[in-house]
Write a protein that binds this ligand. Structure first.
Ligand SMILES: [Zn+2]
Ligand SMILES: [Zn+2]
Length: 341
């Protein structure tokens, strides 16, 4: 099968002919239809995330059809409230996210925090992902996808949507919600926030009037540069940009008891700041990965809003072009690789 392979970090992907994977116990063999490109893919290629599997097939926002099913796993639920895993039949559409496998057994898994599992494996990072014609995935971590979306539209929801949603839920009942870095994830999550009656304050790169205008069109109550103070103190802020200096900036924009949620997997260093900015029970937290429950909740609410995605499509062979344009900030929408039609 054709795949775009990362031989080692800091090198472009190479188009290779690699053996088609075989589904093991509990796994699905999936014919990949589309795979959206995520900023995390850039972090892996640029060597900013430690110990990727190499050689590696990137991609963790995968949409495809079940081609073959490995031997099924008899699941014994560990807790009475454990929801049964989704079941798939040959030909079913399937979404494969970042969280690819957990041990189900560590202290984190046993306390409903499988996103922090000590032994977790991640699609397109520590296991092969979707920049290929076929991939295998553990059926227990896959999702059925809402019918209202086609294969291109739904792909960006699998990470930008899902992990963005986890960041959003960390803001609790915040009424005034700031978003720093108004890119793909912010764009998706702002739609849910507005649907739920929150006021969205959009912060862009200073002077980026086009993005500020786009945020206003989406019904943000205010949009401005990250160097500007919002007209009202915020109850929460999510930082989607991988820019550490935004943390103290966002902190200063918070009302008492407010929270700053860092939504990315990687961020440049955070400069020091005076304690008074944290005082009065302000919080800084990060979001790591996702749980299957986040996915179930998100795919329930997304079609009700309905969350709209904006995409720009590339062929599998054009993956490097898509990645380069993403890195250079030259994409106007989420890049989605169309792998098979
Ligand atoms: Zn675990
Ligand atoms: Zn991602």
């Amino acid at each position: 099968m054709r795949a775009m392979v990362l031989d080692k970090p800091k090198h472009p992907l190479e188009l290779c002919d690699v053996p088609k994977p075989k589904p093991g116990r509990g796994q699905l063999l999936v014919r990949v239809s589309t795979c959206a490109v995520c900023r995390t893919d850039l972090h892996v290629i640029d060597g900013e995330l430690p110990n990727p599997k190499v050689p590696l097939i990137l991609g963790h926002q995968i949409v495809g059809r079940v081609e073959e099913i490995g031997e099924e796993i008899q699941e014994i639920p560990k807790r009475p409230d454990t929801k049964p895993s989704p079941t798939f039949a040959i030909g079913d559409r399937v979404g494969i996210p970042w969280l690819g496998w957990t041990d189900g057994d560590c202290a984190y898994c046993r306390s409903g925090r499988e996103n922090l599992c000590d032994n977790a494996r991640f699609t397109g990072y520590t296991i092969d992902g979707g920049y290929a014609q076929f991939t295998v995935a553990d059926a227990r971590y896959c999702f059925h996808l809402p019918d209202r979306y086609d294969d291109v539209e739904v792909a960006p929801l699998l990470c930008a949507g899902l992990i963005g949603y986890r960041s959003y839920r960390k803001t609790g009942g915040a009424q005034r919600l700031g978003m720093y870095g108004f890119g793909n994830a912010a764009h998706l999550i702002a739609q849910i926030a507005i649907y739920e009656g929150r006021e969205v304050f959009a912060f862009t790169r200073p002077g980026d009037k086009a993005t500020q205008q786009a945020a206003k069109e989406l019904c943000a109550v205010w949009a401005g540069g990250s160097d500007e103070a919002p007209p009202n103190k915020l109850d929460a802020a999510i930082i989607f940009a991988s820019v550490g200096p935004l943390v103290p900036v966002a902190l200063r924009a918070l009302a008492k008891g407010g929270v700053v949620v860092c939504g990315g997997i990687h961020m440049s260093d955070i400069p020091s700041f005076p304690y008074v900015d944290l005082w009065e029970e302000r919080l800084i937290t990060s979001v790591a990965n996702l749980t299957r429950r986040d996915g179930d909740e998100f795919f329930e609410i997304a079609p009700r809003v309905p969350v709209r995605t904006y995409t720009e499509t590339f062929s599998l062979e054009e993956a490097n072009t898509a990645l380069d344009r993403f890195r250079a900030g030259k994409l106007n929408a989420t890049a989605v690789l169309r792998v098979s039609e």
